[in-house]
Design a protein around this ligand. Structure first.
Ligand code: EPZ
Length: 421
């Protein structure tokens, strides 16, 4: 298990390339199960989660080849409709194979994903949407056993609250259902639009993705297609926050400012300036300490839960007191006690975190607990005095492509070390 050693205190300067979005790539890859023709995906990041999903899709009969950032996926035949526990438990996004298998094969047996570090994360909304489309669903020994013998049927589904995963899952399944599906109170994340564009490139009829009512008209079959994955807004936001902590100036190449939603305004209030240029987003920061900003995490276009931990690291050095309210996940403050080891003053009370900014943080050995939490420790490490050693780096390898190389390329003193070094 690798660790990351960081010597803090260096501003970041230069160009840092932003990869394709992990959370989009994981959904568009699953679309291969809907067609017997090849699907070509560009801008797919090289990440542990992508490898994990590759193994699962191969198990269902997909052949997957990588050439740089291009993946070619081809599933001429589905050879297994079972997604085993060993492959699903490691990554929740694997659960999304259920709908496509059901839509193409009329049956599927997929392990329930179980809880994870940031909360219980049930899948009831996913199952209700599939049931509304006519699927018969039973739970047996930790597995969802689903069938739709005459095929799925279009339906009107109103989600009781917004779920990114359930919206995507229902969209995937509805492409091959008979008739029209209307998804109300749907998620509006850029990754939803990306999935719709990919499905439409394969011949699906998905309309109004990016609004809260998505209309999908089922087709008999999907073709192959080519699609480039949208740039990763969370990766871009994370590196912009790194500049917010250390100072300097970065060009986040390929990044798109409009994808950042409300986060853009919160960053601006903190003194982190982002301007869209032809090649990407240019990030600079005010000379003095960041200003305190209160944020509440919300579904897109609200402030994303996936940037809450990183924003907290910047607020930890702000000139004043700020608050954060996490409304999406119940257990997403695990970075707070680790940040406290570096001198951050953070008080957690249920959903609310109160952060009293300090002028100076001190490097310390800290432990990563989940993907985005790990990034917040790195941001704190980049600005802290002395050395920070972040252990359990595998969390980062799930979602930040070439993190150490990218940071090194813009002047950070970071080094990946083996656990036993
Ligand atoms: C996606 O998770 C992302 N993951 C998450 O990113 C992200 O934090 C989240 O959306 C919110 O933006 C992927 O795209 C792979 P949800 P997802 O369904 O789809 C509850 C990261 O760090 N819920 O919108 O699982 C759920 O427990 C990850 O990259 C139900 O109760 O999120 C949560 O409290 C972490 N029943 C809330 O809804 C359901 O059936 C929103 O979850 C589904 C969800």
């Amino acid at each position: 298990m690798d660790k990351l050693a960081i010597i803090g205190g260096r501003p970041l300067y230069g160009e840092l390339p932003i990869s394709g979005a992990k959370n989009s790539a994981l959904k568009v890859m699953v679309a291969t199960l809907l067609s017997d023709q090849p699907l070509v995906l560009d801008n797919v990041p090289m990440l542990a989660d992508i490898k994990q999903l590759t193994a699962l899709l191969e198990q269902h009969g997909a052949s997957i080849e990588r050439e740089g950032a291009r993946l070619t996926l081809h599933t001429p035949e589905v050879v297994s409709t079972t997604a085993p526990y060993e492959l699903v438990r490691k990554m929740r996004a694997s659960f999304n194979v259920l709908g496509p298998l059901l839509a193409r094969m009329g049956e599927a047996k997929v392990s329930l994903p179980g809880g994870c570090a940031i909360g219980a994360r049930p899948v009831d909304l996913h199952l209700k949407a599939l049931e509304a489309m006519g699927a018969k669903i039973e739970l047996e020994e930790g597995y969802v056993i689903a069938s739709a013998k005459g095929g799925l049927k279009g339906a009107e589904v109103t989600f009781p609250f917004i779920s990114v995963g359930a919206t995507e899952h229902a969209m995937l399944a509805a492409t091959l259902a008979k008739g029209q599906t209307v998804l109300k109170n749907a998620a509006r994340e850029p990754e939803i639009i990306d999935l719709a564009e990919c499905l439409n490139a394969m011949g699906a009829k998905v309309e109004d993705a990016g609004t809260s009512t998505i209309v999908i008209t089922g087709v008999d079959r999907l073709d192959g297609g080519t699609h480039a994955v949208v740039p990763d807004r969370i990766e871009a936001g994370s590196y912009a926050l790194a500049v917010g902590a250390t100072g300097g100036e970065l060009l986040l190449s390929h990044a798109r400012l409009e994808l950042l939603g409300a986060a853009k305004d919160s960053f601006e209030q903190a003194g982190i300036h982002m301007v869209q240029e032809e090649g990407g987003i240019r990030v600079t920061k005010d000379f003095d300490r960041p200003k305190p900003v209160n944020v509440v995490t919300q579904a897109y276009p609200g402030f994303p839960t996936d940037l809450q931990a990183q924003f907290m690291a910047v607020m930890a050095i702000a000139d004043g007191v700020s608050t954060m309210k996490e409304t999406i996940f119940e257990n997403r403050y695990m970075h707070a006690p680790e940040l406290a080891r570096m001198g951050c003053d953070i008080h957690i009370d249920g959903q609310l975190a109160t952060v009293r900014g300090k002028a100076v943080l001190k490097g310390a050995p800290v432990m990563a607990t989940d993907l985005r939490a790990s990034m917040s420790l790195i941001i704190a490490g980049l600005v802290a005095e002395g050395q920070t050693l972040v252990s359990r780096l595998y969390h980062l390898d799930r979602g930040f492509e070439k993190l150490d190389q990218k940071l090194h390329g813009v002047g950070a003193l970071v080094e990946r070390v083996k656990e036993d070094d």
